[in-house]
Write a protein of this length. Structure first.
Length: 217
């Protein structure tokens, strides 16, 4: 049995939501980097290590990862949110955040951190139900993400949950996370993102509700 087969499986089939322009652009990069890393590619390991150096830092502040983060943003999103050209755009901030968090999540993990179709809220819901873990503590951290008053605070709490998900070998959709972070940065969309996360967290099926096909990813 392989390491991937030993990984915790979610309790229902993931549903792939259509990605936005940024998520679609990042999806192939995440899949390529992840598959290369899992095959043992030294170049992929080096790229992930480089991305981790940008963790917790502002977008654009680490020139050595521009080719992975800034370059990943489609030209159609440049200046789309009206941000001053001297500041990183919402899409650039989201790409930087999603890719550096992914690099931290995938580090030394033999299974996929980027799990297309598994939303962030759903992954944390599964984590809360996992054996040997305090559902109350996970829920409290999730609520801290949902009620954070700034994007920096959101990302700090996200990082804490990513650490727990990594320990549990539970992945989620980082391309979708990039779209969600863009939404959180957009005042008119932020509440919609939080509501979607809450629904996904609380609607995660209980183990008794799983069906015979639930192990398929």
């Amino acid at each position: 049995m392989t390491a991937l087969e030993n990984a915790p499986q979610s309790t229902a089939k993931p549903i792939r939501r259509r990605l936005g322009p940024l998520g679609a652009a990042l999806d192939w990069r995440l899949n390529r980097l992840q598959e290369d890393y899992l095959r043992g590619s030294p170049l992929a390991r080096a790229e992930l290590a480089k991305l981790r150096r940008g963790l917790g830092k502002s977008a654009g502040s680490v020139p050595e990862i521009w080719d992975s983060t800034i370059a990943a943003v489609p030209a159609s999103l440049h200046g789309a949110d009206g941000v001053d050209d001297l500041e990183p755009s919402f899409a650039e901030q989201a790409a930087h955040s999603a890719l550096t968090l992914f690099a931290a999540h995938q580090q030394s993990m033999p299974v996929r951190a980027h799990a297309p179709g598994v939303s962030f809220g759903r992954a944390v819901g599964i984590l809360a139900q996992s054996e040997g873990r305090s559902a109350e503590a996970v829920t409290r951290r999730f609520m801290a993400v949902a009620t954070a008053q700034s994007i920096d605070e959101v990302l700090a709490h996200l990082r804490g949950l990513v650490t727990q998900l990594r320990t549990a070998k539970q992945g989620f959709d980082y391309a979708r996370l990039a779209d969600d972070i863009t939404g959180l940065l957009t005042p008119a969309r932020a509440q919609h993102v939080r509501l979607a996360w809450g629904r996904e967290f609380y609607r995660t099926p209980q183990p008794s509700e799983s069906d015979p096909e639930s192990a398929e990813q």
